[in-house]
Design a protein around this ligand. Structure first.
Ligand SMILES: C[S@@+](CC[C@H](N)C(=O)[O-])C[C@H]1O[C@@H](n2cnc3c(N)ncnc32)[C@H](O)[C@@H]1O
Length: 312
């Protein structure tokens, strides 16, 4: 849908100071922008209008943003960032937008992460999870009594198969001195990490193929299929990650994965069959479900048959 240029909020051009400078976005009426966004089907039009006005550099940029949003581009792709765990995460076009419900996974991960932990954000997309966990661990360490400058850091690695995601993640994990690798699951990681990962964040694609058509158009049309489609039962990628976890987790290490409520039992079974002890955590507020697998501290697996090797 095409929208006409936005009106200036000032009542009369005669009251405006004569200036050759580009009009600033704050000169645009928030309510006029919201009305246009609402007409294009945006439910949270006022909030979106405010975010766009505060993000755009010029009125022309703001008009272009409104146009893209009205065409159906996700708000985060229009803005170029998404809020996640209180951080502003860069999100480039074609890269999965981190969902607010996934903040619950990060909170669960914080419980099992310590300064110095080796953290891997597998299937990292924008790298939001790793960046947020690293920042949270640093915050907790800063607030603690025994704070030492370097002790607040985790060793962060992130990996994705999609070059666009890898580029984007590099921007987002830079503050945490994270390294981002490109490739298929754990095969992308430096071999020296094998057996040394303390926390494996794995928000893998988990939409069953048959349900892809039920996704909102913003996801279906603007996020890559490889970021969403988890195969016939939605658990194909998780099965591969679980099988690889056996070799890559440190003794006592954890893998955390988000899933949908109807998939919880099957996802738990996937981790258990790979010899991990599994538990689930649910967030009533967001409806998020996280399955957490732990490797025994002896490093010896309690059983289970992996459907795939280490991936290396
Ligand atoms: C659901 S998105 C999650 C992204 C990010 N973890 C988040 O929560 O915002 C899944 C990601 O997995 C990546 N992916 C899919 N298959 C992969 C594979 N075989 N190896 C590595 N990454 C993969 C996609 O490119 C996508 O970025």
């Amino acid at each position: 849908m095409s929208i006409p240029p936005l009106p200036d909020s000032s009542t009369s051009s005669a009251t405006r100071p004569p200036s050759a400078a580009e009009p600033s976005p704050s000169s645009v009426s928030c309510s006029a922008l919201a009305a246009r966004l609402r007409a294009a089907g945006c439910v949270f039009a006022e909030e979106e209008a405010q975010l766009m006005i505060s993000s755009a550099g010029t009125a022309a940029e703001l008009a272009a943003m409104a146009e893209r949003r009205a065409e159906g581009l996700p708000l985060e792709h229009v803005l170029g960032w998404a809020e996640f765990c209180g951080l502003r995460i860069a999100v480039e076009p074609g890269v999965f937008v981190p969902r607010r419900r996934t903040e619950f996974l990060v909170r669960q991960a914080l419980d099992v992460t310590r300064p110095g932990s080796v953290v891997v954000d597998l299937c990292c997309g924008s790298g939001a999870l790793g960046a947020a966990l690293a920042a949270a661990v640093a915050d907790v360490a800063r607030a603690g009594p025994a704070h030492r400058e370097s002790h607040g850091l985790v060793e962060l690695h992130a990996a994705d198969i999609d070059p666009a995601a890898v580029r984007c993640a590099r921007r987002n994990v830079a503050a945490a001195h994270g390294r981002v690798h490109e490739g298929d699951l754990c095969a992308a990681l430096p071999p020296e990490l094998r057996g040394h990962i303390d926390v494996l964040l794995a928000n893998v694609p988990y939409v069953p193929t048959d349900s892809m058509s039920l996704l909102p158009p913003e996801a279906r049309d603007h996020e890559p299929r490889t970021a969403l489609d988890g195969g016939p039962d939605g658990l194909d990628v998780l099965r591969r990650v679980a099988a690889q976890s056996r070799q890559w987790l440190a003794p006592g290490g954890h893998v955390l994965t988000e899933t949908s409520e109807p998939q919880v039992a099957a996802a738990t079974g996937v981790l258990e069959r790979c010899g991990l002890s599994a538990r689930t955590a649910h967030c009533e507020e967001s409806g998020a479900a996280v399955v957490i697998g732990a490797k025994g501290t002896s490093g010896v697996q309690s059983g289970g048959r992996a459907s795939e090797g280490s991936g290396r």
